[in-house]
Design a protein around this ligand. Structure first.
Ligand SMILES: [Zn+2]
Ligand SMILES: [Zn+2]
Length: 56
C-alpha cells in the first residue's frame, strides 16, 4: 500500500473523531458518521449502528 493512501485514511479517521466530538451520531461498530459514511453509503438502523454493520 502506498504511503499517500495511508495518510488519507488517517486524516479521514481524524475527521470522524472530530465529528463524534461535536455530538453527531457515530456507528459503534465501524465508527462511521453522518458526514463520513461507509464506502457505498449507509444509513442508521439504530441510534449508533449503521446499515453497513447491521447486516453482518
Ligand atoms: Zn457501521
Ligand atoms: Zn456505516
Amino acid at each position: 500500500m502506498d504511503r499517500a493512501h495511508v495518510d488519507e485514511l488517517t486524516a479521514l479517521e481524524q475527521m470522524r473523531l472530530d465529528d463524534a466530538a461535536k455530538g453527531s451520531s457515530r456507528c459503534r461498530a465501524c465508527g462511521c458518521t453522518e458526514n463520513f459514511a461507509c464506502v457505498g453509503g449507509c444509513y442508521w438502523v439504530e441510534v449508533d449502528l449503521c446499515s453497513g454493520c447491521a447486516v453482518a
